[in-house]
Design a binder for this molecule. Structure first.
Ligand code: MN
Length: 415
């Protein structure tokens, strides 16, 4: 398959990807878009010029502020629509000869401003990497008994805050709050001193389900439209003081950043792989068939103000102990309903090696092993005006499908 739109061989946005997003164009209009290489495709124009006529939609679904209405059409429509778009962007297609439409619909990525791709009604964060859960357990609790007894039975998660999920590039303010230093009996109040990122991938659901209904594990993927990179910013000092007994709260809800391009589950299909063996065996409602993990390389870079990018983490989405189908089956097993645009984050994705840990907490081992940066400075946690950049891509047999990046700069606390 070859597109008539040229792009570099290392582009995340090859003809095999065809992701979806929302962009503001130079004339200040907004709409749903796709992308090949550095070319952003205004889907509203393609729709209006008749390129989606066979789908018999009454209204232009792409002329919208978010992808929610498109996603809600479900896979029976969105999958063939994406495949059709892919064929339109292939050499020799009708669109390849229609220069008028290309002129109207194609924009260079530098000329558009990417927006939140979906309205997010609900956000859940899981805790599904066994390496991460073990590392945190060792540091926060007991080095000899790090994994809590429930962990291998339950895809542990908590309900996060949807309002503060923001698009890549949005600055994040260092949060202020309560914490208790280890050597102190009483808590203190002020800007967090242990600011962190969490390397995660989040999936977005495409359906409204009814309260009381479950999503069976073998149908769960039908409810997943696509995925984004997710930086779950975390204030470790606030978190460790507040989290007992009800879990994360203000150490987490001040901001989470996502990448702008939603990569569909179908685009990631060639990169399926086996997950880690699950022992002990899981309950039947979590028992799945087939390959439910995905081989997606993940990287984190830290960039000081006016400085160079430093690669600080090399991880992979395939390390997840609990997969997305299990997470969704578990989330709904009690009858909890899904909504279109819901975001379900994986939890920090750490691997076994020390360079694959997906947070500063683990990389610097709670501040005891500072990271050395190219400019000679050290980091235990994130400093003011540091930018955190996460990148993710899958590659097999010359076919590359990636997410691009999610970036966010940490600004000093706002008093
Ligand atoms: Mn998290």
């Amino acid at each position: 398959m070859k597109s008539f739109i040229p792009y570099d061989s290392d582009s995340d946005f090859s003809i095999y990807n065809i992701p979806f997003g929302v962009a503001v164009f130079e004339d200040d209009t907004i709409g749903c878009v796709s992308r090949i290489g550095d070319t952003v495709i205004d889907l509203t124009v393609l729709f209006e010029n008749g390129y989606f006529n066979q789908f018999e939609l009454e209204e232009n679904i792409f002329n919208a502020f978010t992808l929610n209405e498109f996603i809600e059409l479900g896979k029976s429509v969105t999958v063939p629509m994406r495949e059709h778009l892919q064929s339109l962007l292939t050499e020799g297609s009708e669109l390849s000869k229609d220069e008028e439409t290309q002129k109207e619909a194609f924009h260079h990525i530098s000329k558009v401003s990417m927006q939140m791709p979906v309205h997010v009604p609900n956000y859940t964060d899981f805790y599904s990497s066994i390496e991460h859960a073990t590392n945190v357990g060792k540091m926060f609790r007991d080095p000899n008994n790090a994994l809590l007894p429930n962990w291998r039975h339950i895809p542990v998660g908590y309900h996060g805050r949807a309002s503060s999920i923001v698009i890549s590039g949005t600055p994040i303010y260092r949060p202020i709050g309560q914490s208790k230093p280890k050597d102190s009996v009483t808590p203190e109040f002020g800007p967090s001193k242990r600011m962190d990122f969490e390397l995660e991938v989040a999936f977005i659901t495409n359906s409204f389900t009814v309260m009381g209904e479950r999503v069976p594990v073998d149908q769960a993927e039908d409810h997943i439209f696509g995925l984004v990179l997710f930086n779950d910013w975390s204030a470790r000092d606030i978190q460790s003081w507040e989290y007992v007994p009800l879990g994360p709260f203000l150490g987490k809800n001040f901001g989470s950043s996502i990448s702008p391009w939603v990569v569909t589950l179908e685009a990631l299909d060639p990169f399926r792989t086996e997950g880690p063996e699950q022992d002990p065996p899981v309950f039947p409602y979590l028992n799945f068939n087939g390959k439910k993990n995905f081989d997606v390389n993940l990287q984190v870079y830290l960039q000081p103000e006016n400085g160079e990018e430093n690669l600080i983490c090399n991880s992979n989405f395939k390390y997840m102990y609990w997969n997305m189908a299990q997470q969704l089956a578990h989330h709904t097993v009690n009858g909890c309903n899904l909504e279109v645009g819901d975001m379900y984050a994986s939890g920090t994705i750490s691997g076994k090696s020390e360079d694959s840990f997906g947070s500063m907490l683990e990389l610097s081992w709670s501040g005891t092993k500072p990271l050395k940066l190219k400019d000679g400075s050290e980091r235990k946690f994130i400093e003011d005006n540091d930018t955190v950049i996460m990148r993710g891509w899958a590659e097999r047999e010359g076919k590359r499908v990636g997410f691009g990046e999610v970036t966010g700069k940490l600004l000093p606390a706002k008093f």
